[in-house]
Design a protein around this ligand. Structure first.
Ligand code: PMP
Length: 412
């Protein structure tokens, strides 16, 4: 029965049914980008073929249909992430843009006006993707605030007690991931967000690696800003969102100034529109928003609990397989909610492993996974990472483990 369900699911993803170097494709690079099901492709195609027009204020029928489709997508996604009535969703091109919108929005209004002022502190977890570090480095530089890192222990874990020690009257922002993409570590972000909020900080959650399978409802979290990407949850590339408390979003100076984000404009000045338009200057990716909403519906049909259980099982199998191979160590083997395994070999470079795996049709990612500070902190270089999605099979995990064992033997 399970096999049948999985075959039916896989049939929704035509890209998976191909051979690479004479082997069936085993796509295990889902933490970078997942594939899209037909339902997502069809929703976008239907929009392009029937409803495409620029949105907002158009009086003609297509413009109204496009506006309705865009706003319906917003509503679907708000429900999907468990947003409450105090939340608003701003469409972005992905997690990176969403986090930039927050970080830049908190300093761009300038001295005396912006949320961040000289002497303030920004605490950022040490597990973060570059997208949740580099914008904060710039925010600190531009505002005169200080960037403070919540450092992981030697196993790559961050601890609530350590955060407690860092929090103080000067803390204005705390940013953390819901799942570290380089190691799979799942920090205790619920408690951390609550502590930071109690200390008076604005809280930022990078949900890129969690939103598609393992996230509490946003309204249950002490979270002011949450960022995610469409292409990591079976949706289109170049889509995503920033979901935030309305009162927190009000603090953000808009990143993109121009059409669609203003109520009136004279040659000298402009009055900015209300949320969410204020933060959505320019023509948005409407087909992308429609596709992203279709991805959310697809995930809900399969069920996030079922997806999460499937990913857990695949990860446990991969972990056990890798741990039985001499000469490699898996990062964050304790990780509770990971959907990936990341490992280093003592003798073989990840690039060689990745190339050999590709020869057998197995797609994994090698390198620093845009998390160089964390890997440096752990005293590690590049890693090999296999990451799972709802369409992966236990057979693919077997092939992956066997291919790694083979690669280690060949190169040792
Ligand atoms: N944060 C995390 C945890 C990620 O895994 C990624 C993508 N690898 C990003 C942020 C950046 O996402 P995007 O490239 O879609 O903006």
């Amino acid at each position: 029965q399970e096999q049948q369900d999985l075959s039916r699911l896989r049939a929704q993803f035509p890209i998976l049914a191909q051979s690479i170097h004479g082997h069936p494709l085993a796509y295990l690079d889902n933490a970078a980008t997942t594939q899209t099901p037909l339902a997502v492709q069809q929703a976008m195609q239907q929009f392009e073929q029937r409803d495409r027009a620029n949105i907002h204020r158009g009086v003609h029928t297509l413009s109204q249909r496009a506006t309705d489709a865009f706003e319906a997508a917003r509503a679907t996604l708000k429900t999907f992430v468990g947003a409450g009535s105090a939340h608003e969703l701003v469409f972005t091109s992905g997690t990176t843009e969403a986090l930039n919108l927050v970080a830049q929005g908190l300093w761009a209004a300038g001295p005396g006006k912006a949320w961040l002022q000289p002497g303030d502190e920004i605490i950022v977890s040490g597990l973060e993707h570059h997208a949740n570090i580099v914008p904060w480095q710039q925010a600190a530089r531009m505002s005169g605030a200080e960037l403070v890192i919540l450092r992981p222990d030697a196993e790559g874990r961050i601890h609530t007690q350590d955060l407690q020690r860092l929090l103080g009257a000067r803390t204005r922002v705390f940013a953390v991931t819901a799942g570290a993409n380089a190691t799979g570590e799942r920090p205790p972000y619920e408690e951390m967000l609550a502590l930071a909020r109690q200390a008076g900080a604005l809280t930022v959650l990078d949900a890129a690696q969690a939103v598609g399978h393992a996230m509490p409802a946003l309204s249950a979290l002490d979270c002011d800003f949450m960022a995610f990407s469409g292409h990591k949850m079976y949706g289109p590339m170049g889509t995503g969102a920033l979901v935030g408390k309305r009162e927190a979003l009000q603090f953000l100076y808009p990143l993109r100034l121009g059409g669609d984000m203003v109520d009136w404009v004279s040659y000298e000045a402009a009055g900015y529109a209300q949320l969410p338009a204020r933060l959505e200057g320019g023509t948005p990716n409407v087909a992308g928003a429609v596709g992203l909403a279709a991805a959310a519906r697809f995930i809900d049909e399969v069920g996030r609990t079922a997806i999460d259980q499937h990913l857990h099982a695949l990860r446990a199998q991969a972990l056990a397989g890798l741990q039985a191979i001499d000469g490699i160590s898996v990062l964050a083997p304790h990780a509770t909610q990971a959907s990936l395994v990341s490992f280093v070999s003592h003798d073989v470079h990840p690039h060689d492993i990745g190339t050999l795996l590709d020869e057998r049709g197995i797609a994994v990612r090698t390198g620093h996974h845009c998390a160089q500070p964390l890997l440096d902190h752990l005293g590690l270089g590049p890693t090999t990472r296999a990451s799972f999605a709802l369409y992966n099979t236990s057979d693919e995990v077997d092939r992956f483990v066997a291919a790694v064992a083979h690669a280690i033997k060949v190169f040792q």
